[in-house]
Design a protein around this ligand. Sequence first.
Ligand SMILES: N[C@@H](CCC(=O)N[C@@H](CS)C(=O)NCC(=O)O)C(=O)O
Length: 209
Amino acid sequence: MLTLYFSPGACSTASHIGLEESGAPYTEKPTLLGKQEQKTEAYLKINPRGKVPALEVDGRVITENTAILTYLARQYPQAKLLPDDPVEAAQCIETMAWLSNIVHPSYQRTMRPERFADSDAGKAEVVAAGKKSFWANLQEIDGLLASREWIIGSRFSVADAYALVFYGWGTRSEYPVKELKNYTAWKDRMLKRPAVMKVLQSEQNVLVK
Ligand SMILES: N[C@@H](CCC(=O)N[C@@H](CS)C(=O)NCC(=O)O)C(=O)O
């Protein structure tokens, strides 16, 4: 039995899309960041780091989008969520690691500067640096999509589920994402996928408002 702990609009949307694309039955446990539910005693027993997403698999817990999405792709191979070619499969995981380690933290600096600096001037510098690098990261994703329809290989993979989070955050925070022609055309292709649409609508994501 699979249970997903997520917060609508957070990076957990990636795992939510991966689950829906996998076709596996699962239970949803909304854990609202706006209400600090990720810090409750009950949730810290699920993920002591106090972050979403978390996926409970028959009583054991996987955290981190990269791990959850890789697990789902391997556990439900019929859904073809990883490329068949072993090098491309590794590049898919590589891209998810980059989204997690570089792209997500660049946005986090713009939203949570108090985690990186104490003074007002320090926080302003963190926000400015975060905005610059988040936008550069969105441009890099746009560049990746210049010569192909999907993030890796010739079909949808779990890396696509993850990359959609950042287009949504760029939209929500009013970056000029529409200037990114390849990323925008890819986002439109993503919205044609029933599983993606189902998750975005259920989370009331900015991309379907
Ligand atoms: N690298 C982690 C990031 C997890 C993460 O930072 N999640 C955020 C939501 S986007 C969170 O739960 N933040 C709550 C907090 O830091 O208090 C992943 O990909 O799962």
